[in-house]
Design a binder for this molecule. Structure first.
Ligand code: GLN
Ligand code: ZN
Length: 761
């Protein structure tokens, strides 16, 4: 058998550290508890560790310059000298002169300047700092930090592959008010050329150039921009591996194969079908990096399946075949090594970044030296895959039977909104412009201390429950004093709106250290849906009934919707997302039914993450929205006419998905509108959104108490857009990050607005 030399590499490694070392170092530095040297040492140690892991696994390269103290896109703004000019002046009173402070000011703001904007990185939960460009942006490269990290790597290995975000994606992902971004392209591409020359001097053989925007719908102007920018790269330089991920990029094939690069990376987890067409299309000197390990999820790879996918092409490509994870491992947790509480069987089904690197090396060995060389590793993997496929902890016949019978359920409410509204009016008898809140009240230090004590086992379940009831009673009393019309219990017992439900649903597992960077030092620990989901028993009925027993006004039952639970969890890869969504929908539906039986008249099903689930390519939107809306409707349609269903959405533009939002047919939707001065509401007006709307009048992200005048002005703006009989008055979102004093004053002002408007009408 001939031996191959197929290269294994990764596109990037998570930065936070197995125990979130970077997070803690950053936050200590920001609190001025540690020095800039301490911070830099933590970062340096992490990088060394990451490289060592890659080296030990026998990867062909160690990947450098994927690290960042805050965000890699921000690092590119700095690398190319494109910091917004508004930060040039050192703010008066700046106390900490550490050089890092100028950098963190960009991401977090300083005494004089608000931070640069942040937005979601494609369809991930990672957020990047949006480059802020202007007509007078003059790129000028600042190579020091980049090269010093490269030096560090080159001390560890002679096979270093640095990573850069490509010029066209950088520009595309930036914002530039008042100018055509493409006018800045030449200036930017020239700086890349300078960097390429530096890398050439350092004998770098391969540079990874990420151009993730190929996952999006690109128009001609942007495609031409690639031609244009990359024509600058026809110089003496390292070889370029053009990396794409998150989607099938074959539609740009004719175009991409004409770019002066030396290979392409493609995502074969999201789009395995693109391998053949790419092998057939690439120029004869190109390599193809096959992204076969899921960089977006936490499941162990089915090595046999991966080998079968690659097998037909191995002979043909020989050493021109590389293997890699589908995308950077930034989106996965670091290691399973510290998961001591996780059930052993479930753990055997998982692979975090470190385990994925090992899988990669096994695949490389199998391809290079034959499967017999890794027989034992393959056997272990096979056993784990078989156990997951067959386990009755994954597969629940009852759940599957309910899913099979889905079409026997009516996903629509019994009557039209008009008739329902009448029934609800008769039951609830609410005033015009009813006032309410979105669900959570301040999560005070008391509440958090009680939860921490309970989790540690320091206080009993009974004691914990009693404390939570006291907080609920307090929230109800406060709301009655404030004079709100529709109350909430305040969500004291919930740490997180997804975890709270996940903990009570079958099919869910929780990790101790499965952290993934969301932005800067902020990490999230998504729960893992590993099996068929169902609700063994009622989840919220006890608290909801307790809260309702304390007041004669309606208290809303509070649920998280199926799509939001889905979006904020690690999801099964052995069935379509849609199927998991339907299972979640049935679980929520069961809860709606029980709440209704317990006499709860208003039930809110939050779906703040509905929009984030949108696929990257527009052509796939309709299909996603169809099942997402169906899932929501299934969860709500068990409600009787006189049970009022609310939903809530935030952080979103709504224009392009309004038909879907309307199709959800919630009786009332509350949305975030105050920061846009009600602009976000316009779309609802133009669309003639048919049901009730509560446009947020109070920006809960700020401790500032909004004035009566400001909120009244916002409501009057809303009157121009939505008929008064269909408007509610409420804050933008939940109040859990706020304190009680400011919350109380703000809500009192809000109630004053409602009363004064009612009088004026
Ligand atoms: N009901 C939740 C709360 O008030 C909604 C949170 C959200 O929209 N993200 O906290
Ligand atoms: Zn919200």
């Amino acid at each position: 058998m001939t031996k191959n030399n197929i290269k294994a590499h990764i596109l990037g490694y998570p930065r936070v550290g197995a125990k979130r070392e970077l997070k803690f170092a950053l936050e200590s530095f920001w609190r001025k508890e540690v020095s800039s040297d301490d911070l830099q040492n933590t970062a340096k140690n992490l990088r060394a560790e990451h490289w060592q892991k890659q080296q030990e696994a026998g990867l062909a390269f160690i990947t450098s310059n994927d690290f960042s103290l805050y965000d890699h896109v921000l690092d590119h703004s700095v690398l190319f000298g494109a910091q917004p000019k508004r930060f040039n002046k050192k703010p008066f009173g700046e106390a900490n002169p550490a050089p890092e402070n100028a950098y963190f000011a960009l991401a977090r703001g300083n005494l004089e300047q608000p931070a640069m904007e942040m937005t979601k990185w494609f369809d991930t939960n990672y957020h990047y700092i949006v480059p802020e460009l202007a007509s007078d942006t003059q790129f000028s490269i600042n190579v020091h930090d980049f090269l010093s990290q490269l030096d560090e790597a080159q001390k560890i290995s002679k096979n270093v592959k640095p990573v850069l975000l490509g010029p066209v994606s950088f520009l595309y992902l930036s914002k530039a008010r008042g100018i055509n971004k493409l006018d800045l392209l030449d200036g930017l591409a020239q700086q890349y050329v300078y960097l390429l020359q530096e890398l050439q001097l350092r004998k770098i053989e391969w540079l990874q150039v990420d151009e993730p925007i190929f996952a999006l719908d690109l128009d001609d102007a942007w495609l031409k921009a690639f031609d244009h920018a990359y024509s600058w790269f026809r110089t003496s330089r390292p070889k370029l591996l053009l990396t794409t991920y998150f989607a099938n990029v074959s539609r740009y094939q004719a175009f991409i194969t004409n770019l002066p690069v030396d290979g392409i990376h493609i995502d074969l987890v999201r789009a395995p079908e693109q391998l053949g067409p790419w092998v057939n299309a690439i120029p004869s000197h190109w390599v193809i990096s096959a992204g076969v390990i899921d960089g977006r999820n936490i499941w162990r790879n089915d090595l046999d399946k991966t080998l079968a996918l690659l097998d037909p092409w191995v002979k043909r490509l020989g050493d021109r075949l590389w293997i890699a994870p589908s995308c950077s491992l930034l989106h996965t947790p670091v290691t399973l090594a510290h998961e001591v509480k996780l059930d052993a069987e479930i753990k055997s089904w998982l692979a975090f970044a470190d385990e994925k690197i090992i899988e990669l090396s096994i695949i490389a060995k199998a391809l290079n030296n034959g499967v017999d060389s890794v027989a034992q590793e393959l056997a272990i993997s096979r056993a784990a895959i078989a156990s997951r496929n067959q386990s009755n902890r994954v597969h629940d016949a009852n759940v599957k039977a309910r899913i099979a019978a889905l079409n026997t359920l009516n996903e629509n409410r019994e009557s039209t909104f008009e008739l329902r509204a009448k029934a609800q009016k008769a039951r609830l008898n609410l005033p015009l412009l009813p006032t309410t809140t979105i669900g959570s009240f301040p999560q005070t230090p008391d509440i958090r201390a009680a939860r921490a004590a309970y989790k540690k086992g320091d206080i009993s379940q009974a004691k914990y429950d009693a404390e939570m009831e006291a907080h609920i009673a307090y929230a109800i009393a406060q709301q009655e004093e404030i004079g709100l019309d529709v109350l909430v219990h305040g969500e004291a017992e919930r740490n997180d709106m997804v975890e709270f439900f996940g903990e009570q649903l079958a099919g869910y597992a929780f990790t101790q250290n499965g952290w993934v960077q969301s932005y800067g030092s902020r990490c999230v620990k998504p729960p893992v849906i590993y099996g068929d989901v169902h609700r063994p028993k009622a989840m919220t009925v006890g608290t909801a009934s307790f809260a309702q027993s304390l007041s004669s006004r309606p208290v809303k039952g509070m649920l998280t919707g199926p799509i939001t639970i889905l979006q904020w969890s690690f999801v099964r890869d052995d069935q379509p997302r849609e199927t998991t969504a339907m299972q979640l929908a049935l679980a929520i539906r069961d809860e709606v039914e029980d709440l209704q039986k317990a006499g709860i008249a208003i039930i809110q099903i939050d779906e703040p993450a509905l929009r984030e689930g949108l696929p990257l390519q527009k052509a796939a939107w309709a299909q996603y929205l169809a099942w997402a809306v169906k899932a929501f409707k299934l969860s709500a349609s068990i409600a009787r006419d006189d049970t009022q269903i609310h939903t809530h959405m935030c952080y979103a533009e709504f224009n392009d998905i309004l038909p879907a939002i309307a199709a959800m047919d919630a009786d009332v939707i509350t949305i975030e509108t105050s920061r846009s001065a009600m602009e976000l509401l316009d779309a609802f007006g133009e669309f003639s959104y048919p049901n009730d709307i509560g446009p947020g009048v109070y920006d809960i992200h700020s401790p500032r108490v909004p004035s009566v005048e400001a909120m009244e002005k916002l409501m009057k703006r809303a009157f121009d857009v939505v008929p008064i009989e269909r408007l509610w008055i409420n804050p933008d979102c939940g109040l859990k990050t706020r304190g009680w004093p400011e919350t109380k004053t703000a809500l009192e002002n809000m109630v004053t607005v409602a009363k004064s408007l009612r009088e004026q009408l």
